[in-house]
Design a protein. Structure first.
Length: 56
């Protein structure tokens, strides 16, 4: 599978993570895409998700 491809399961896990209040970075870690946070941000935009800001 190419890095930018998303399975249905990954999309559902991303939705759940963001809806649970996780940041993009936290969601990326859960999805094993921590080194590709930009892809997670793009997918959130595509899905109309609004993740919270990462806590400092």
């Amino acid at each position: 599978m190419a890095p930018s491809e998303w399975t249905e399961t990954e999309v559902e896990e991303l939705k759940a993570a963001i809806n649970d209040g996780l940041s993009v970075e936290e969601a990326a870690e859960i999805l094993d895409r921590a080194h590709r946070v930009d892809e997670v941000i793009q997918k959130c935009r595509e899905l109309g998700l609004e993740p919270k800001k990462r806590q400092s």
